[in-house]
Design a protein around this ligand. Sequence first.
Ligand SMILES: NC(=O)C1=CN([C@@H]2O[C@H](COP(=O)(O)OP(=O)(O)OC[C@H]3O[C@@H](n4cnc5c(N)ncnc54)[C@H](OP(=O)(O)O)[C@@H]3O)[C@@H](O)[C@H]2O)C=CC1
Ligand SMILES: N[C@@H](CC=O)C(=O)O
Length: 359
Amino acid sequence: MSTVTPLRPAAPPRTGRVALLGTGVVGSAVVERYRQLRVRGVPLPPFAWLSNSRVQVAAGDCLETAIAQARSAPRSGGPVPPWAEGESLARGDIVIDATASDTVAGWHPEWLLRGIHVVTANKLGNGGDLARAQAIVEAQREGARYGDSATVGAGLPLLRLIRELVAGGDRIHAVEGVLSGSLAWLLSRYDDTRPFSDLVREARDAGYAEPDPRQDLSGEDVRRKLLILARASGLPLEAREIRVSSLVPDALRDAAPEAVDAQLAALDAPLRERFLNAYRNDARLCFVGRFDAERGASVGLRALPLSHPLASGHGTDNRAAIFSDRYSDQPLVVQGPGAGARVTAAALLDDVLRIWTAR
Ligand SMILES: NC(=O)C1=CN([C@@H]2O[C@H](COP(=O)(O)OP(=O)(O)OC[C@H]3O[C@@H](n4cnc5c(N)ncnc54)[C@H](OP(=O)(O)O)[C@@H]3O)[C@@H](O)[C@H]2O)C=CC1
Ligand SMILES: N[C@@H](CC=O)C(=O)O
């Protein structure tokens, strides 16, 4: 009997487990999508544990039980997050950051240096402090990978596209776009028949808004996304270099977290006035972020003519135009849903699979 020679050597068994930080809107959707993919037979790294700010729970045989246990854990208020004291991560593991925590983002470079891959929806890794963003780039030289698709456009192929253009030698001149899914949704819904603040509550309950909706309404969330895009384009912008026009009145800005809901009505009168002005001029309100290698960067509300390319999205649509050497007269435009737990969870697990199957 002749022996059969394999055309390719057998792939070494894949190693590495996945761990999840954050069991809120996005973290819960990650668990649900992981379950669906497993039912469909998609090969996935084993789940080690999940954690929120209160408790770390081993995934065990039933992920659904583990997340239910984590979500119902009492608040302890200890100074050290549970995952920092509990079962630790090993080289080759993949940690998913589905928090909005600056403390967790501060760990990104440290994990990468230890050979632990990081996949994140949290924009405070490469969309906050420039030194941290640069440390994340440096740390990847050790071999671990950073999956940040979910941080801009909830996984729309915008960030990836910019990196591919840059890798191909293109120079990015400017990016301009509607980069907030929640604000896109709010401004496409608002027609002065209901108070703007009611819609903000709806956007929060639908999972489009940040844990603190003031991050969206102040333009801070868009500033972070713009920093991520600019840095990926080779422009080492600092947060303070972006001019941001906030929609948040002082009373709401200064409210304690538990008083935010009661203060949302402070948004209503100024927004109504901006809306009516735009309406009278056949314009539509859009919250736009732009960076330009020559002319700087800004974030704020604009009244755009109805025919303007950025004024045509629906629902949570993000719409971004990239101007580069190659796309100088007509920009390259990317459009699609830019917020929501399901698309964000899909982007996170896409990154996990990209990293896990690349080995
Ligand atoms: N919603 C969307 O469309 C998108 C969201 N994102 C990003 O996803 C992230 C998560 O958002 P969302 O799910 O809405 O937020 P939630 O507030 O619903 O959940 C946040 C989770 O993070 C946990 N957490 C906070 N601090 C820590 C810590 N130190 N260690 C471990 N866990 C911690 C919280 O724990 P606890 O439950 O104990 O409070 C909570 O479980 C944000 O960074 C957001 O910007 C990105 C793209 C799109
Ligand atoms: N709050 C964000 C969610 C995605 O990043 C948004 O509104 O776009």
